[in-house]
Design a protein around this ligand. Structure first.
Ligand SMILES: Cc1cc2nc3c(=O)[nH]c(=O)nc-3n(C[C@H](O)[C@H](O)[C@H](O)COP(=O)(O)OP(=O)(O)OC[C@H]3O[C@@H](n4cnc5c(N)ncnc54)[C@H](O)[C@@H]3O)c2cc1C
Length: 449
């Protein structure tokens, strides 16, 4: 079995920065990532494209330093289990493998929140994130009668990226509740510590307007069609459509941390999601397990990279290479910049609150794998179900191939609103290892190892 000092999950900004920092301190580092190349979500395929903006330049620099740092980087490697004392299992090249690490730094990133509207399971309806991956990896732009709908910074970023590449969409349906600026105004002074975020956001919106793309605020959206998307209905106003790209923000990917016994998670009321309980350095409530980046709470690419470095410096303290004072001194400037980059977060959370689950119609499918509707979930609550796991037993919601990875936040939200209680008191889906599907053949390879 492979033995290393530090195992890093994920080669996004957090993982790349953590690995590079740890290598610079002389640790042996193993990095697992399920994608073919480093970059994660934000810097996806950054090595394959010309760095045209600040974000791409950040990504190219991070990836180059990561490639050069000497970490044992395993692309196409999917982690599916973590056991006590730093034992980790993953699949790579059709075989399962294991390693033991003195410290784990988990940087699994974020996933998109589901957007259960009527008709969202029709062919022709997908997420903005998926469309952005097609754009970043293959330069694909939306074609035909394409609409973008929902809320959140990524929606505006993607629309801006489409326009910047000479693409076009029929329109944007803004489903965010009105009064965003009034809600966020309280947080503006703090957000201005990193004004570049607000300037960028305003520039995206201006570019979209200059391109003449209609933006329509709405409260209800329906996708319709016979066997595939044919039209969308925006507050009763029908428009023909061939492609609908939905987005409702991102949430921490907690699939792995929620499966680790004793790894506590807390409800974040502003971001309406569960996240692991972390100290200032990224230590979880399980000795030896750390988290950095968006899987520890949504902060964005630059915050993720800085958090990765802080976690690696703390790992050096925990593994006896630095005293606490030396750690604090070495991390001083990084932490200051981390705090500055995080400053706009509360402003953005208030400006872009997730869509209300209470508005999901009873007939709308929430769990796509098992085709469980919101009405069926509410029925289970009426029968006395209190949380996601009991509701899973009554309805099969979350029992399908995605194991609740996609529908989890929506199922949780529907139950909490149906019960009329604080979502923090409703348990989310329990996750168990293996958190990703694997074949018996892969497992058999482990015996040989
Ligand atoms: C679809 C999507 C698109 C986004 N696009 C942008 C954007 O364009 N600009 C922006 O500023 N922000 C974007 N974000 C926000 C993004 O989360 C952060 O900006 C940033 O990428 C977070 O960095 P990270 O290192 O924490 O995670 P990520 O960059 O997400 O990296 C995590 C990596 O871990 C891998 N991973 C996760 N679980 C496993 C596992 N079990 N086994 C192996 N590998 C695993 C993932 O595949 C990924 O490569 C996007 C988020 C999403 C969900």
């Amino acid at each position: 079995m492979t033995q290393v000092d530090i195992l890093v999950l994920g080669a996004g900004p957090a993982g790349m920065a953590a690995a590079t920092e740890a290598r610079a301190r002389g640790f042996s580092v193993l990095v697992l990532d399920e994608n073919a190349r480093p970059g994660g979500q934000v810097h996806r395929a950054v090595e394959q494209r010309e760095a045209k903006d600040g974000q791409d330049r950040d990504g190219a620099k991070l990836a180059a330093a990561f490639r050069a740092c000497g970490a044992d980087y395993r692309p196409n490697a999917t982690l599916w289990a973590v056991e006590p004392e730093g034992k980790v299992f993953w699949s790579e090249g059709g075989a399962a493998r294991s390693a033991r690490a003195r410290r784990l730094i988990l940087c699994a990133g974020a996933t998109e929140r589901p957007v259960p509207i009527p008709g969202w399971t029709l062919p022709g309806v997908m997420t903005v994130g998926a469309a952005q991956i097609a754009l970043k990896t293959a330069g694909l732009l939306p074609e035909g009668k394409a609409w973008i709908a929902g809320q959140g910074p990524l929606l505006w970023l993607y629309a801006n990226q489409v326009v910047a590449k000479g693409g076009r969409v029929e329109g944007i349906v803004d489903l965010s509740p009105p009064g965003g600026l009034a809600r966020a105004a309280w947080h503006l002074p703090n957000a201005l510590r990193a004004p570049e975020y607000l300037v960028k956001g305003l520039a995206w919106q201006q570019r979209i307007r200059n391109a003449g793309i209609p933006i329509r605020r709405a409260t209800r959206l329906v996708a319709e069609g016979d066997g595939r998307l044919e039209r969308i209905v925006i507050d009763g106003w029908s428009r023909s459509a061939e492609l609908l790209l939905l987005h409702d923000g991102v949430v921490p990917n907690t699939q792995v941390t929620r499966a680790i016994p004793g790894c506590a998670h807390d409800w974040d009321a502003a971001q309406r999601c569960w996240k692991p309980r972390l100290d200032d350095w990224g230590n979880t409530t399980v000795e030896g397990v750390m988290v950095a980046g968006d899987s520890g709470g949504i902060g964005g690419a630059r915050v993720a990279a800085l958090a990765g470095r802080l976690a690696a410096i703390e790992a050096a303290r925990a593994l006896g290479k630095l005293t606490a004072d030396q750690r604090n001194a070495e991390a001083g400037r990084i932490r200051l910049e981390w705090k500055r980059q995080r400053a706009p977060r509360r402003f953005l959370d208030a400006l872009f609150p997730p869509l209300p689950e209470a508005a999901i119609a009873d007939s709308t499918i929430v769990c796509r794998c098992e085709e469980v509707t919101a009405g069926k979930l509410r029925g289970a609550v009426a029968l006395g179900c209190l949380g996601a796991n009991q509701t899973k037993a009554f309805t099969r919601a979350g029992m399908g191939p995605c194991q609740g990875r996609i529908c989890g936040p929506a199922v949780h939200g529907v139950i909490a609103t149906a019960r009329g209680v604080d979502p923090a008191t409703v348990d989310p889906f329990r996750t168990r290892f293996p958190t990703k599907p694997l074949t018996l053949g892969e497992l058999a390879a482990l015996a040989a190892e």
